[in-house]
Write a protein that binds this ligand. Structure first.
Ligand SMILES: [Fe+2]
Length: 343
């Protein structure tokens, strides 16, 4: 079945250029074009698309406004911003609306690889409901204690970025978000960054302040005491798992980059649980009840039609996290995770 892709730009020249560039893909993609956000939403109301790729600055409705509307109306659709480098300051505006960012001019190969990988990862999540839960998520909920510490560090003058990085690395939700941003085309780094602490240093103090204090991308989780205890335990086990992964990867003699990928993969391994629990708390309470009888993954499959490994891996893949980390989260066993990170 052909993938249905919609490109949106206010400049007809840009759309014509894309049309020419993507012509060789006509056997695998069915591509349509919309001149602006309103036209795009109209087309999406009448036709099912897999992916929407939008310009950022458009009159009437910005790319970020368009993709927010798409997230609400068509949560299952994969959302990508394709924008010029001069629009870098707008990236933070779109950080909860878009899954990924590509910078103009963009080679056909890069567009093709990005869209193909996102669609394949989505195919790996067998339930459409679970796909939509992952793709409609703005950000992972963050640990309230770590969040308070981060705000304090960013408001009090002069907390060194290294220290801020350590704080961020102590929270699964924040770690995923900074890795999404730092690995996006807008930062134009020549290499893949796997370490949340390093990502913070590369993003810099201003971006971290905007993310945390003005854009309010990080939402601390809340709930009753049982819920909080469950999340705290999840966080603690992620941190323990990350420490064990580091020891295993070092014992195997992996290089520093692969060790860091293994550590991050283990830290983020159960992010799918947070996704499912925060988006569908009642259903997830059911999973927790059924898990003692069926085992965790079987209970998730029964309730959601998908496991937290599939959902978490899809989310991180959609966000463009390093492939080694994403593959390790999907593999979800220590041994396979190590192989993914060593590759
Ligand atoms: Fe897990």
């Amino acid at each position: 079945m052909k993938r249905e892709i919609l490109f949106v730009d206010d400049e007809p020249n840009v759309l014509q250029g894309l049309q020419r560039m993507l012509r060789p893909l006509r056997d695998v993609w069915s591509v349509q074009f919309a001149e602006g956000g309103a036209a795009a939403l109209k087309m999406m109301a009448e036709h099912r698309f897999d992916v929407v790729v939008s310009d950022m600055r458009m009159p009437g409705m910005s790319g970020s406004q368009l993709l927010s509307a798409v997230r609400d109306r068509h949560p299952e659709v994969i959302r990508i911003i394709l924008s010029g480098q001069s629009e870098k300051e707008f990236i933070l505006e779109a950080v909860t609306a878009a899954h990924q960012f590509l910078s103009k001019p963009c080679e056909a190969d890069v567009i093709k690889a990005t869209i193909t990988r996102a669609c394949l990862l989505r195919d790996g999540v067998s339930s459409p409901g679970a796909q939509a839960v992952a793709s409609s998520l703005k950000a992972l909920p963050v640990n309230p204690a770590v969040y308070a510490e981060l705000c304090e560090q960013l408001t009090s003058d002069g907390a060194p970025l290294q220290k801020v990085g350590q704080t961020v690395a102590g929270c699964l939700g924040m770690s995923a978000k900074v890795l999404q941003l730092v690995n996006s085309a807008f930062f134009g780094l020549p290499r893949i960054v796997c370490s949340p602490a390093e990502a913070v240093v590369l993003l810099g103090a201003d971006t971290m302040k905007s993310l945390t204090l003005s854009c309010q991308v990080f939402e601390p989780y809340a709930g009753d005491s049982q819920e909080m205890a469950w999340r705290d335990a999840l966080w603690a086990s992620s941190r323990d798992g990350a420490a064990r992964a580091e020891a295993r990867a070092q014992a195997k003699g992996l290089d520093a980059r692969a060790v860091q990928a293994a550590v991050t993969a283990e830290l983020l391994r159960d992010c799918g649980k947070l996704v499912l629990a925060s988006q569908m708390p009642e259903a997830y309470a059911q999973v927790r009840e059924r898990a003692s009888l069926l085992g965790w993954s079987a209970a998730e499959r029964e309730v959601f039609g998908a496991t937290h490994g599939e959902v978490g891996g899809y989310l991180l893949g959609l966000w463009g996290l390093p492939p080694a980390v994403v593959d390790a989260v999907i593999a979800h066993s220590a041994q396979d995770a190590l192989l993914a990170c060593a590759a």
